[in-house]
Design a protein around this ligand. Sequence first.
Ligand code: ZN
Length: 364
Amino acid sequence: MVHNGGTMGFETFLGNPQAVSVVRDMLGSGRLPGALLLAGPDGVGKKTLALMLAKALNCERLRDDFCGECNHCRKAEEMLAATHEDLERRRQMKDSGRRVEGLVYFDLQLIEPITRYILIEQVRQLRNIAYTRPFELRRRVLIVDQAQAVHWQAVDLLLKVLEEPPDTTTLILICPNAFELRSTIRSRCSQIQFVPVEDAVIANLLEKEGRVPASRRALAVRAVAGSVAKAKTFDPAEFERRRKPWIDFFDAVGRAGKPAHVDWRALFDSTKALTEDRESFEETLDMGYSLLRDLVYVLETNDEVRVTHVDLLPRFKTWAPRLGLAGLETLKDGLDEAYRSQIRNANQQLGLEALAIELLTRAG
Ligand SMILES: [Zn+2]
């Protein structure tokens, strides 16, 4: 495992200092609850912190931290890699019925959805080993990522483990929103809440990585909205490619100043190349929504702090008053319609052509 600057341990974790100090206090006092629930938005490091915690629980040198170099720390890292490999192999199996065959769990184990759900076989295996002694580490740590995806048939089984906490194992559940879990599950875990990472931390990360040019950093910071994971993969060229058709569109509409004559067809034609699949269609629509939101902020509040596309502010100031609130609403209705049609056409043809015609008819 390679770490920047040779530093190790919890100090390398970005953001959410509150969550980190709660975890370290638990470790330091030796009073770690049997089950933890890490909740909060995607990309802020919930899984990363869970893995750090697993190492710290087992580190041979440190008590409320981990060294990354001792036998246990290295073993934990190997187990994690093996877990990832196994998950990947199973996800790629053609015969979905066999994906959960012969599950073998390590002392440190990541349990994630292999299909859409975390299946009963996975939870059964978790329960089988939760009460046994670890083989190579001091303590077992079973991490259930996307705990909201535990299949309903398996929830009771998971609850049973939480009700009779094993003394050899720490369970860590991870999910975006604690309220997506059944209250009986939630109430048996000590919850640690994560929040979006501060802009300054993200800006610092981008600067250190040096991948995003300085001129695009302010935009990147806003666009990733507190997600370290997104910051690490933010691609300015790709962002620009996805945004370009919308800029042209708003430019044209803003110049015409009459959203009744919105040229939806031109927009959807120009975004078609970006919408090869459902996910990219969603990303394309999200881009439209985020631009609209900015325009509303500029028009209504003058609250530039909340604007995502900071580099477009001068243009927003031209477009927004021309479009007016009514115009922005028309545009939002159009996007909502596109979104609904996307759900109707889920996983099939996106039907953009049909939608463009429908919107044109309505506008006319
Ligand atoms: Zn260690």
